[in-house]
Design a binder for this molecule. Structure first.
Ligand SMILES: Cc1cc2nc3c(=O)[nH]c(=O)nc-3n(C[C@H](O)[C@H](O)[C@H](O)COP(=O)(O)OP(=O)(O)OC[C@H]3O[C@@H](n4cnc5c(N)ncnc54)[C@H](O)[C@@H]3O)c2cc1C
Length: 434
């Protein structure tokens, strides 16, 4: 007879502490087996077989496995589709209930609905919990019951609703005895799932208080270490958002504001899933993009002749990270100066960013292109030279990534700012008038 257990399905919440679904699972009637799917629907789309995010997930699972083995338990990992995984687990175990945290992306929403149906046919319950954001879906609504599409009033309401309860940790550690005890199962090797190890220089999960305290003064300066680099850990849940928001709430309101942006875009993608393919404001789908492939390549390679843009793209290509201010400048340059569809830039960032997150990436790209909710007005075209004067006045950042920027060997600017500005204003105006 297979053992009677409950499953806790980990996805973008790869930790054991302060974990909503795990807490509820461990408090339930049956012992808990934590499970993870190396989902071929996702992995097969990753072109780079050294993708560092897969290495990060893999390392994190190994780490969880060590922790679980000390508790006499194990992670059970399946390589395949989630459907196949649950077929497998429901024969291995007598599964009573499945516990998991809510994922707001359209692929995940459909996946989870399908799995819930598959389980229901076997009389197995499927329970989902809010975990990766402070407030989700319909928790912050306008007085008329509609979702916010403008950030400032959303964030005001978010702050008025924030209280100790919303930041309270789920004390999973009090229930660790309820993990199902069994022999350790091996984490499949990277090779077994079709990948190879990528560079492991991952940012630390530990953030110094001083970085958060000074955040409002340092966050816009790419030449210094003025932001946390915590995006990767938030993306895969190796840090709890409640813990981080609690520190932000105590130490720096501007930093808390960034975490609210994160909630905001998760709320937007849930209510307006069309943003994944289309402009949030549909009329922006009429823009006649130039989409010149050669120019796109110059942008990707950091060879535009605008040092701040090139520095950003080279930082991204080399490290998998780009400073937020420079993400805004490079995104504006692609969409406005080059008139290349924001979806091309979005897809490039999706391939390269260690902290890639569909909701945040999409929301910010649409912000830069002017097509999104609460977006920069389309006539606001960042001037890369002025941005450099303001945010990298002594060229610290540029010197690091584009050391040749003052040499004759450096590429000539691929467009003239004033001409490009005039061109984009005409094209946007025509699109919005049509
Ligand atoms: C074109 C473009 C694309 C972007 N793509 C992504 C992406 O794929 N994933 C991603 O997490 N962020 C994205 N951002 C937002 C922001 O640039 C990054 O979150 C930030 O630079 C990550 O560095 P950090 O961890 O040091 O952030 P910090 O400045 O230390 O901020 C802490 C955390 O707050 C959240 N945050 C900060 N700014 C934003 C924002 N504008 N929108 C949503 N969340 C935010 C992130 O989780 C971030 O890790 C993008 C911004 C732009 C302009």
């Amino acid at each position: 007879m297979p053992p009677t257990i409950n499953l806790c399905w980990l996805r973008r919440d790869l930790r054991l502490l302060d974990h909503a679904a795990l807490y509820h699972a461990l408090k339930s009637a049956a012992p808990v087996v934590p499970v993870f799917v190396f989902d071929t629907n996702i992995l097969n789309d990753l072109e780079d077989k050294h993708d560092r995010r897969v290495t990060f997930i893999h390392d994190t699972l190994e780490d969880l496995q060590v922790k679980l083995s000390k508790l006499g338990s194990t992670l059970d990992i399946y390589y395949g589709t989630p459907q196949q995984a649950f077929e497998h687990w429901t024969t291995q175990y007598d599964v009573q209930e499945v516990f998991t945290n809510i994922d707001y992306e359209p692929y995940a929403v459909k996946r989870d609905a399908d799995i819930a149906k598959q389980l229901k046919e076997k009389n197995i319950g499927f329970h989902q919990y809010k975990d990766q954001v402070i407030f989700d879906r319909n928790e912050i609504l306008k007085d008329n019951g509609q979702p916010y599409t403008v950030f400032t009033p959303y964030s005001k309401k978010w702050k008025t609703l924030l209280n100790d309860y919303s930041l309270q940790a789920y004390p999973t550690e009090n229930y660790f005895r309820n993990f199902f005890k069994q022999k350790i199962k091996k984490v499949p090797s990277l090779r077994a799932i079709g990948f190879m190890a990528g560079d492991r220089g991952f940012p630390s999960v530990r953030i110094k208080d001083s970085v958060i305290k000074n955040y409002d003064k340092t966050r816009d300066l790419p030449g210094i270490e003025g932001t946390t680099h915590i995006g990767l850990h938030l993306r895969f849940g190796t840090i709890s958002i409640r813990e981080l928001a609690g520190r932000a709430n105590e130490l720096n309101e501007t930093f808390l504001g960034e975490l609210i942006w994160r909630d905001f875009f998760q709320m937007i993608i849930w209510h307006f899933p069309h943003v994944v393919q289309h402009s949030f404001r549909r009329e922006y789908d009429n823009i006649q993009w130039r989409n010149n492939e050669h120019e796109f390549q110059q942008w990707c390679d950091g060879q535009t002749g605008y040092p701040i843009v090139d520095a950003g793209m080279r930082e991204l290509n080399t490290t998998g990270f780009m400073h937020n201010r420079v993400r805004m400048i490079t995104a504006s340059f692609l969409t406005k100066h080059l008139l290349i569809d924001w979806r091309w830039g979005e897809a490039y960032f999706a391939k390269k960013l260690l902290d890639y997150d569909l909701a945040a990436n999409n929301g910010n790209w649409q912000w830069a292109a002017g097509s999104g909710c609460d977006a920069a007005p389309y006539f606001r075209v960042f001037n890369p030279t002025l941005q450099t004067q303001r945010f990298d006045p002594s060229f610290e950042y540029i010197k690091k990534w584009v050391p040749e920027f003052q040499e004759l060997t450096y590429v000539k600017p691929m467009v003239v700012h004033e001409q490009a500005r005039k061109r984009v204003l005409e094209v946007y105006k025509a699109a919005l008038a049509s």
